[in-house]
Design a protein around this ligand. Structure first.
Ligand code: TYM
Length: 331
């Protein structure tokens, strides 16, 4: 049996890296596995990010993150969609896992090192982040985790946590594997300086309007070898070439790749040819998001149902875990 689990943080606008790297796969796997596809807005994780967390905005951002996932095609009638803090068992299982995880292993996580290096005082929650992530996944005994490539190390840690628990207390958890969108392992940021990421401020939002996206695309860096319009370029070394692969139809991709290599088209033409695909992909999501924004009961109702569905599975796992760990049971 396949069970899918993934999580997304409500730390601001969902960007096209999230969309192509993860959300599209949530939708696809949701259509395939129905209620065995479980998706979570991970608000507890969002607390670990001092730069992006604001208590005055968290409720609204959680609502928005839910809404964007629904607008992108996640059907809460068909899958389970819920908010992490609504199912308390995540924290409890996370605590049990912290007792099985060496601090040294957590200190070696690259995401931890990157984030901690920017902070003067590092919250312990940031170090524990991947342990909570392991609890998210294993609470539902999920074996399939759709994520971007940046999460690979955390999924490897999840397998180690599962292995350790199983060795200590007997076979309980699967060792989950990640699945990646092959075209979007690591969607580059619009500044051309590596991965698109909220913290780097180099994002294109799924809900961003076309004019604002064009204002970012127009000055974006391209293949540095193409100094003059007449210089041939290498679209495989160009950010806009990467974006065409995500947004454009095959015919356009062939045209711009050929045009770039033969200097038949300039970079501005190539960027203009990107925009119809951007519009075709994002505007329908934006329209559905606007409709959902007018119907907050639909979002709230979905989350309420999702929390109940998730709790039912989580309670079964915790009952088994509590017995295996040896907790005193009343009655
Ligand atoms: P978050 O919210 O930072 O990212 C959500 C998803 O988007 C993917 N992603 C990308 N994929 C390709 N290119 C990019 N530039 C890019 N930027 C982000 C991330 O890989 C992720 O899949 N730790 C998780 C949240 C989480 C989770 C979980 C995931 C908490 N518990 C359990 C899976 C299972 C995260 O980074 O979220």
């Amino acid at each position: 049996m396949t069970r899918v689990f993934s999580g997304i943080q409500p730390t601001g606008d969902i960007h096209i890296g999230n969309y192509f790297g993860a959300v599209q796969n949530y939708v696809k796997l949701g259509q395939q596995f129905g209620k065995d596809a479980i998706y979570c807005i991970v608000d507890l994780h969002a607390l670990t990010n001092p730069a992006a967390y604001d208590p005055a905005l968290l409720t609204q951002r959680t609502h928005e993150a839910t809404l964007v996932n629904m607008a992108a095609g996640l059907d809460p009638e068909n899958v389970i969609l819920f908010v992490q803090s609504h199912v308390r068992d995540h924290v409890e299982l996370g605590w049990i896992f912290t007792t099985l995880t060496p601090v040294g292993e957590l200190e070696r996580m690259t995401q931890y090192k990157d984030k901690a290096s920017t902070l003067e005082s590092v919250p312990a929650g940031l170090l524990m982040y991947p342990v909570l992530q392991a609890a998210d996944i294993l609470l539902y005994k999920a074996d399939t985790v759709p994520v971007g490539e940046d999460q690979e190390q955390h999924i490897e840690l999840t397998r180690e946590v599962a292995r350790r628990f199983n060795n200590t207390f007997g076979a309980t958890f699967p060792e989950p594997k990640s699945v990646h969108a092959k075209n979007a392992l690591r969607v580059p940021g619009i500044d051309g300086q590596g991965k698109m990421s909220k913290s780097k401020g180099n994002t294109i939002g799924v809900l961003e309007d076309m004019e604002s996206i064009w204002q970012k695309v127009r000055p974006a860096p391209t293949d540095p070898a193409r100094v003059r319009r007449s210089d041939p370029g290498d679209p495989d070394k160009c950010l806009i070439g990467d974006y065409h692969k995500l947004f454009s139809d095959d015919e356009t991709i062939v045209k711009v790749y050929e045009g770039c290599r033969t200097a038949g088209i300039g970079c501005v033409d190539c960027k203009k040819m990107l925009m119809p695909g951007v519009e075709r992909t994002l505007v329908p999501i934006q329209d559905r998001a606007s409709a959902l924004r007018r119907d907050s009961d639909a979002v709230r109702g979905a989350l309420e149902r999702g929390a109940n569905e998730a709790r039912a599975i989580a309670e079964r796992t915790m009952s088994e875990v509590n017995d295996k760990v040896g907790f005193y049971r009343l009655g």
